[in-house]
Design a protein around this ligand. Structure first.
Ligand SMILES: *[C@@H]1O[C@H](CO)[C@@H](O)[C@H](O)[C@H]1NC(C)=O
Ligand SMILES: *[C@@H]1O[C@H](CO)[C@@H](O)[C@H](O)[C@H]1NC(C)=O
Ligand SMILES: *[C@@H]1O[C@H](CO)[C@@H](O)[C@H](O)[C@H]1NC(C)=O
Ligand SMILES: *[C@@H]1O[C@H](CO)[C@@H](O)[C@H](O)[C@H]1NC(C)=O
Ligand SMILES: *[C@@H]1O[C@H](CO)[C@@H](O)[C@H](O)[C@H]1NC(C)=O
Ligand SMILES: *[C@@H]1O[C@H](CO)[C@@H](O)[C@H](O)[C@H]1NC(C)=O
Ligand SMILES: *[C@@H]1O[C@H](CO)[C@@H](O)[C@H](O)[C@H]1NC(C)=O
Ligand SMILES: *[C@@H]1O[C@H](CO)[C@@H](O)[C@H](O)[C@H]1NC(C)=O
Ligand SMILES: *[C@@H]1O[C@H](CO)[C@@H](O)[C@H](O)[C@H]1NC(C)=O
Ligand SMILES: *[C@@H]1O[C@H](CO)[C@@H](O)[C@H](O)[C@H]1NC(C)=O
Ligand SMILES: *[C@@H]1O[C@H](CO)[C@@H](O)[C@H](O)[C@H]1NC(C)=O
Ligand SMILES: *[C@@H]1O[C@H](CO)[C@@H](O)[C@H](O)[C@H]1NC(C)=O
Length: 422
């Protein structure tokens, strides 16, 4: 085994075939095919999962529809219920940006049925009936940058030379771009203002409603069917479980199947050595958590704040020969956010990676004997997938010397990384 070419391991970690297929996001959806009222469904989800489904964007909507693996093609409760306070929100799901540019005298804080927002040729905002569609009304879509380069990138706005009501415009933008435009500051407003020709106006992504999520999340994502019957009795939301998963308003005491969610990452608020945590996560969930981009890092940071230890174990481990960090899920460490000066190039054997639970939420290297809280990941089809993953990984691994390379790193611990292997 000493003859194994460890560089094969390095190379393997860099090729995409070796990405495990656990794409960990914030919400993992579960379809429950029992007819319950919205309130009973909420209680069921809160006891057996985290809560009724919260949906943040179109990608999650797609994952939600994919979570329904039965023949059911009807509608299911999601965690949205009508409240009483009106709030302005951006279609893209951005929170309050702190910037507005209302026209003087705009009735922006009244519920007068004019719940969507248009920008006029003077750059000012006015609220407009969302159903309004005219020959002088156009709209602005934007294309979001990727998470990796989100910081410092100005929104990429596109003027759409078509006349639609706000909801159709929103669908159009979500289909061909990212969403209707979010106007975060004066620079954004100026960019859009330049696109509005005299005597015309454009929809932007701002709208107002009273809907609230069961888990109190601030998600402003909405995916209503056109022509909702928005009356005082229709106060709970149903999603069509087939793509594109549009939503209906209906009385909460009707009985329907429902969709619950779990966070895809779990903070285990017990303390263990790193090796024990790896075993624990693989037994109870899927794996020790790995972080592949800014989005996941932010999620991890928010969860780590609730831990009882100053650091929280992640699935990061250092390989001594050659020297490099890897994720135990056999994934590449491409995104990284190490604490400055924390990584020395030598003497890191038997060290493992944790995330700091306080600000700043950098990663630090620690001896694997430390006892810390930790984070596990959950994956689609958990138990079934867990088995497949190990078998499949091991199969690929033996074919390509992966196990051999691991074996040279941890001679007596094949079982640690490939517990189901034979
Ligand atoms: C692995 O990381 C390297 C940079 O360290 C990057 O060039 C490569 O594309 C990554 N591979 C995958 C599959 O993400
Ligand atoms: C739920 O109710 C519908 C309509 O009453 C019925 O057709 C369906 O079989 C029920 N589903 C279950 C799982 O009981
Ligand atoms: C949680 O799930 C179990 C088993 O499916 C079920 O018997 C129980 O009623 C659920 N909890 C609630 C509060 O509905
Ligand atoms: C908004 O426009 C629609 C369609 O033109 C109309 O039916 C509705 O009454 C309007 N709402 C208000 C509050 O004006
Ligand atoms: C973003 O821009 C600011 C000011 O120009 C700069 O200080 C900061 O380092 C940049 N951030 C990134 C991630 O490039
Ligand atoms: C802007 O959006 C267009 C259309 O979605 C896209 O083709 C283009 O690459 C984007 N430009 C930048 C700089 O992101
Ligand atoms: C647009 O209107 C402004 C003021 O209302 C005027 O100064 C400008 O010349 C007009 N531009 C065009 C192209 O008509
Ligand atoms: C929702 O927004 C409010 C105010 O902006 C904030 O205080 C609250 O923490 C947010 N809730 C969540 C779950 O993010
Ligand atoms: C709402 O329900 C009440 C009681 O069932 C009924 O009297 C009223 O007409 C309903 N309103 C609408 C708009 O359907
Ligand atoms: C973790 O445990 C600490 C103390 O044991 C407690 O203060 C904290 O609330 C717990 N966090 C969670 C998320 O349960
Ligand atoms: C990294 O930071 C942690 C926590 O502050 C510390 O215990 C550890 O010794 C540091 N490691 C190195 C190599 O500096
Ligand atoms: C943890 O497991 C690794 C790999 O199997 C092993 O080399 C190391 O000695 C273990 N650490 C402890 C503290 O048991």
């Amino acid at each position: 085994m000493m003859g194994c070419n460890v560089f094969i391991l390095l190379k393997l970690l860099l090729i995409s075939e070796f990405h495990s297929h656990c794409l960990c996001f914030s919400h993992q959806y579960y379809f429950v095919n029992i007819n319950l009222t919205w309130t009973d469904a909420q209680a069921y989800c809160r006891e057996n999962y985290t809560d009724l489904a919260t949906i943040d964007n179109m990608e999650e909507m797609k994952r939600l529809t994919e979570s329904v693996d039965t023949d059911y093609t009807g509608e299911a409760w999601i965690g949205l219920m009508k409240g009483t306070s009106w709030r302005w929100q951006w279609s893209s799901g951005e929170g309050d940006t702190g910037y507005t540019n209302w026209d003087t005298g705009a009735t922006y804080n009244q519920n007068n049925g004019h719940c969507c927002v248009g920008m006029r040729d003077d750059g000012c905002w006015n609220n407009v009936n969302c159903s309004y569609q005219t020959q002088v009304g156009y709209f602005i879509c934007y294309t979001a940058p990727t998470y990796e380069d989100r910081i410092n990138v100005t929104w990429n706005f596109t003027f759409i030379d078509q006349h639609m009501n706000w909801f159709d415009a929103q669908s159009y933008c979500r289909y061909s771009y990212t969403d209707l435009a979010t106007v975060r500051n004066k620079e954004d407003n100026d960019l859009i203002h330049k696109m509005v020709t005299n005597g015309t106006w454009v929809w932007i992504g701002l709208f107002q409603d009273t809907w609230e999520w069961s888990d109190l999340s601030n998600s402003s994502f909405r995916n209503w069917k056109i022509g909702q019957n928005d009356n005082e009795n229709n106060t709970c939301a149903l999603a069509q479980v087939t793509w594109p998963g549009t939503w209906d308003m209906t009385p909460c005491d009707e009985k329907h199947p429902f969709i619950c969610y779990d966070d895809c990452l779990i903070l285990v608020n017990r303390t263990m050595t790193w090796n024990e945590t790896l075993n624990y996560c693989r037994t109870h969930y899927f794996d020790l958590a790995s972080v592949h981009n800014e989005e996941i890092q932010q999620w991890v940071s928010r969860m780590a704040e609730k831990a009882s230890t100053d650091q929280v174990w992640l699935g990061l481990r250092f390989s001594c020969s050659p020297n490099f960090w890897f994720w135990v899920s056999a994934e590449n460490v491409s995104y990284q956010t190490w604490s400055p000066n924390n990584i020395s190039s030598s003497n890191m054997c038997e060290t493992t990676g944790a995330v700091q639970s306080g600000n700043p939420d950098y990663w630090v290297s620690l001896p694997d004997t430390e006892e810390l809280s930790f984070m596990c990941s959950i994956c689609p089809g958990n138990a079934q997938y867990l088995q497949n993953k190990n078998v499949e990984n091991y199969k690929v691994a033996s074919e390509s010397h992966f196990a051999c390379a691991f074996h040279s790193l941890y001679p007596s611990h094949d079982k640690l990384f490939f517990p189901n292997s034979k």
